[in-house]
Design a protein around this ligand. Sequence first.
Ligand code: 13P
Length: 257
Amino acid sequence: MRKPFIAGNWKLHNTIAEARALAGSLCTSVGNKEDVEIVIAPVFTALAAVSAVCADSNIKVAAQNCHCIDSGAFTGEVSAPLLADVGCKYVIIGHSERRQLFRESNDFINAKVFAALKAGLSVIVCVGETLEQREDGSLFDVISAQVNSALNEISTAQMEQVVIAYEPVWAIGTGKTASSDEAEEVHAFIRGLLGGRYCAAVAAATRIIYGGSVKPDNIGELMAQENIDGALVGGASLKADDFSAIVNYTKTLKVVS
Ligand code: 13P
């Protein structure tokens, strides 16, 4: 069984008051759900407030990034142990906006995954190709390099704390979703990679979620695919009604064949 996993990446939005209000609405609408793992990722400055709001609910809190070293002279960074300290259970690592806008390399992302797991956090590792890479035929090479590098030296046991998010860069914030068939093709490929790197049991147990213009009206089609176990939602996660509708769509546990 893979429990459906729906995460909201709030990106650079919301004051503390706005974040508290949004988290409060979600606690009311979906905070008691047990058949879906629900995660929300506010900005660093709202993590403490949102953690407090969600403390008695089933909604978990994630950070959107972390540094790979626990402490020291790294002005402006936030480390994984400090995220655990503020109540985070997850951290998003390797989002395409970090890879592209902040030039994060595969090696740096791997170091962050390692640090986050060491601190007891679970991770949402993001991978995804640009439109150019899809069109020039390097899609599977890119995904395989990103997955293999991010998971370098990550053990079979640690994989229980890892969720992989496939987010095609061209589908993020564009309103242009990958078709469910296009997404499924890459998800199945990633599951195959996990089988090769680890074993069939890890491949079958790891949640692989899709991100890129997920909305209440396309989540159903995506979730119907065998290898799509959830979603990493950007824009639609900023509206309590839309995010709740996305969470509520996935009513049942998926049975792995
Ligand atoms: P959108 O849902 O706004 O396309 O963003 C997707 C995303 O980047 C989630 O991490």
